[in-house]
Design a protein around this ligand. Structure first.
Ligand SMILES: [Zn+2]
Ligand SMILES: [Zn+2]
Length: 326
């Protein structure tokens, strides 16, 4: 197999030949057909997340077909599956026992603490792979595995208010805008100030308003989700939500939040974060996605150009999501 490997933090990934691996008990080997590029991959490369496995093969939005099966696995050879960020949980810690496996004390995360999908093949714990069926292309489905799925968890946690703001309109927001519209909500899209291209992209996906993060929406929001890794957005979002409104930080990493006056949190506004996903999130979202008819906007790169895809994500050079194709 071949992979783009992060051999040292804060360096470019390297194209590497590796011996083929065999799946152990409970594992599957998947021939990768597409792997989305997530902002979390940038945080991994940049060394912004604690305790990575290095060297590591990044990538946790994997779509592929099973080409080897370990003992005790119910999935079948040739079946198309998606492999998400949550790669393994212990099943016995207090969080696993209270159905919050996203907070497991001893988890493994795909592309961070176990090898991921920037590769021609990967090994996964079969219990954490989602059967995807045959509808939809591999590339179109890949961004659903994290941008869609953790975005979905964020939207659920944001509550059922009608007016929802998205700060940062990238891979996750472009999917969630379609979900929120389908649910009958109004989406307000906030982009970098002056980014008119992304603002019109948001309008084409049904946003009722799009503007810069430095602007106030025309009316107060019921909830806001912050997708951009920018702590300065937290006080801005708190100012944009009504009394009792909710602000959800959806990212795994964020720059420091500047201090802000208590009065913008007061009146029972809530500030929360989202961490990881549960398998139930995946089941719920992937069941709903075909009904909504989500259309992902993707830019494909050959696997060997993973560094270019990461650079383009960092610079905001595409709308929607980047996807690597081996
Ligand atoms: Zn991700
Ligand atoms: Zn656990």
């Amino acid at each position: 197999m071949q992979a783009m490997v992060l051999k040292k933090l804060k360096t470019a990934l390297e194209w590497t030949d590796l011996p083929d691996r065999q799946p152990g008990p409970g594992e599957i080997r998947v021939k990768v057909a597409a792997c989305g590029v997530c902002r979390t991959d940038l945080h991994v490369v940049d060394g912004e997340l604690p305790d990575p496995k290095v060297p590591i093969i990044p990538g946790h939005e994997i779509v592929g077909r099973i080409d080897a099966v370990g003992a005790g696995v119910d999935l079948h050879m040739g079946e198309r599956v998606g492999i998400p960020w949550l790669g393994h949980t212990c099943g016995v810690c207090p969080y696993c026992m209270m159905h919050r496996e996203n907070l497991c004390d001893r988890p493994l995360f795909t592309g961070f603490t176990r090898d991921g999908g920037y590769a021609t093949a990967t090994i996964a714990d079969a219990r954490f792979a989602f059967p995807l069926g045959e509808a939809g292309s591999d590339v179109a489905l890949a961004p659903l595995l994290c941008a869609g799925l953790i975005g979905w968890r964020s939207l659920v946690i944001a509550g059922d208010g009608k007016k929802v703001g998205f700060y940062g309109f990238g891979a996750a927001a472009h999917i969630l805008a379609q979900v929120a519209k389908w649910q009958g909500r109004s989406v307000f899209a906030f982009t970098r100030a002056g980014d008119h291209a992304t603002q019109s992209f948001a309008r084409t996906l049904g946003a009722v308003w799009a503007g810069g993060t430095d602007e106030m929406p025309p009316e107060l929001l019921d909830a806001a989700i912050i997708f951009a890794p920018v702590g300065a957005l937290v006080p801005l979002a708190l100012k944009a939500v009504r009394k009792g409104g909710r602000v959800v930080c959806a990212g795994i990493h964020m720059s420091d939040i500047p201090s802000f006056p208590y009065k913008i949190l007061w009146e029972e506004r809530e500030l929360l974060s989202v961490a990881n996903l549960t398998r139930q999130d995946g089941i719920d979202f992937l069941r709903l996605a075909p009904k909504i008819g989500i259309i992902t906007k993707t830019t494909s790169y050959p696997l060997k150009q993973a560094n270019q895809a990461l650079a383009d994500l960092r610079a905001g050079r595409f709308e929607g999501a980047a996807v690597l194709v081996p």
